[in-house]
Design a protein around this ligand. Structure first.
Ligand SMILES: [Zn+2]
Length: 108
């Protein structure tokens, strides 16, 4: 089973095809404070308990939910900068934010 992105409504899976497209998958940080910030950013709710979803050991977030500036290249590999929090949770919104000169007409 390939890993899948844990973001709500994100269909991305860690497949060779997606890797070839430049997608990368990033595990939740181990540091407690940062992990919590990720959980809040992801804002996923357990359907049963209605509490904030707690990521399991294999949970990860794909690179669609980060800005280009959030990454650095280290030893030929793309990785997240320290302390970065996923902040892009709609592909359309991220496209709008990149084109600052034209107003965003998408509804969220
Ligand atoms: Zn994703």
């Amino acid at each position: 089973m390939p890993k899948a992105c844990s973001a709500v409504n994100c269909p991305n899976r860690d497949t060779r095809e997606n890797r070839a497209k430049g997608l990368s998958f990033h595990s939740f940080p181990k540091a407690h404070e940062l992990r919590k910030k990720w959980m809040l950013a992801v804002n996923r709710i357990e359907p049963g308990s209605r509490k904030l979803w707690i990521p399991g050991s294999g949970a990860c977030i794909c690179s669609d939910h980060f800005f280009q500036d959030d990454f650095e290249v280290y030893g030929g590999q793309k990785r997240l900068k320290a302390g970065v929090i996923p902040s892009v949770f709609s592909f359309k919104v991220s496209q709008c934010q990149k084109r600052e000169e034209s107003p965003c007409t998408h509804t969220i």
